[in-house]
Write a protein that binds this ligand. Structure first.
Ligand SMILES: *Cc1c(COP(=O)(O)O)cnc(C)c1O
Length: 377
């Protein structure tokens, strides 16, 4: 019997040199959350961005958001505006600081934070005497948010932006790379992201003092004394020198990974793009999306589920789009500014297998099955 292999939604894809950097760490006994791989990984990220952007590599993207908010002064009782249509890791760190997430719905073009609702939320909160302390905006699925509009609103009201670029390394708007838009930005190197260190993240900033502060807070906030002296609360968030070795190898193949994911998108578009009722998330003019995950919109929840279950029966992993945070049980008491956009996307949308290691046979297996399922509808 021929058994077909499982197709994952987005699985790790090593480049080849990762183990060499890990071996170096062992050979020199830099088996610690500091060392040459950590420094070199940070340098390779800074070189990728140029424009004086520097990186502090951390244990996760979630840790990076936590530190970004903390450095921006978010504390107990503050309100932080957060894109509702996202993964929970965008919002959770707001609560770690004793602050309240306030959710903002998406616009239909990029599926990210609606600038209109964002401004409406700020004005409404200000009339209630509660000016938000920060904005967490997300480039979901690698599609950049409305960077110009969000930056304008941020400037107009003097509210800093944490740019959640966890899914968007390799994306850009008019040549400006995702990670350069916020006051502080973050990346994730979790196992399912465009490149991975198995687990990890980075905080990106143009301000070297912010980078220093992030590393200080990420290494237990130790004051500059021979003994261990602490005048603030720290965290254990630094990246391991072993994992940074994986990161160094992955940065060497980042461009290939983006090309492969974009090729997946093109394949899906070519094979499913002419089917009535199926639509794709398109790039607005000047936008370049890393196509971390290819997502389709179907006519209804039922059709979405029919496709998802048919794929599952053939051992092919697909996933509904992110369930909006304002609909999550844990956040049900939070204030939100919504217009139904993200709820509708959640109902009808599906993420298709999108790994950079998929081959043509895999993609054909997926698209034929979807076509067959849809003709049965
Ligand atoms: C993955 C992800 C994060 C968190 O990154 P981790 O490294 O898994 O902690 C944050 N925001 C978004 C949108 C993500 O997809």
């Amino acid at each position: 019997m021929i058994t077909k292999t499982k197709i994952w939604l987005s699985s790790p894809h090593m480049g080849g040199t990762e183990q060499q950097y890990i071996q170096e760490a062992f050979d020199t006994n830099w088996v610690a959350p500091l060392g040459p791989n950590v420094d070199a990984f940070e340098d390779s990220i800074s070189n990728y961005y140029q424009n004086n952007l520097t990186a502090a590599v951390l244990s996760s993207g979630t840790a990076a958001i936590h530190l970004a908010l903390k450095i921006l002064g978010v504390g107990t009782g503050d309100d932080v505006l957060c894109q509702s249509f996202t993964f929970s890791a965008s919002a959770n760190p707001i609560t770690y600081l004793g602050a309240n997430p306030v959710f903002v719905d998406s616009e239909k073009e990029t599926w990210n934070m609606s600038p209109e609702l964002l401004e409406h939320a700020i004005l409404d909160m200000m009339t209630k005497g509660k000016k938000p302390k920060a904005i967490v905006s997300v480039h979901l699925y690698g599609m950049p948010y409305k960077t110009i509009d969000v930056a304008e609103i941020s400037k107009k009201y003097g509210i800093p932006v944490v740019e959640d670029s966890a899914e968007a390394l390799g994306s850009s708007v008019n040549g400006v790379k995702c990670g350069e838009f916020g006051d502080i930005a973050i990346l994730s190197f979790n196992g399912n992201k465009i490149i991975t260190t198995s687990g990890g993240g980075a905080l990106l900033t143009k301000d070297n003092e912010i980078k220093k502060k992030a590393i200080f807070l990420a290494t237990q906030a130790r004051d500059n004394t021979p003994h261990y002296e602490h005048s603030s609360i720290g965290h254990n968030y630094r990246m391991s020198n072993i994992l940074a070795g994986i990161g160094r190898g992955q940065m060497e193949v980042l461009n290939d990974r983006v090309e492969a994911r974009r090729a997946n998108y093109s394949f899906y578009k070519e094979h499913l793009g002419n089917i009535e009722g199926i639509s794709f998330l398109e790039e607005p003019e000047g936008y370049y999306c890393n196509r971390w995950l290819t997502c389709i919109l179907t006519p209804s929840y039922d059709i979405r589920e029919k496709i998802r279950l048919a794929l599952q029966a053939e051992d092919i992993e697909s996933r509904p789009l992110w369930k909006p945070m304002h609909e999550q049980p844990i956040f049900k008491n939070c204030t939100s500014y919504t217009d139904g956009t993200s709820s509708d996307l959640f109902d009808r949308g599906l993420c298709l297998p999108s790994g950079s290691n998929l081959n043509k046979g895999d993609l054909l297996r997926i698209t034929s099955l979807i076509l067959k399922t849809l003709t049965d509808v």
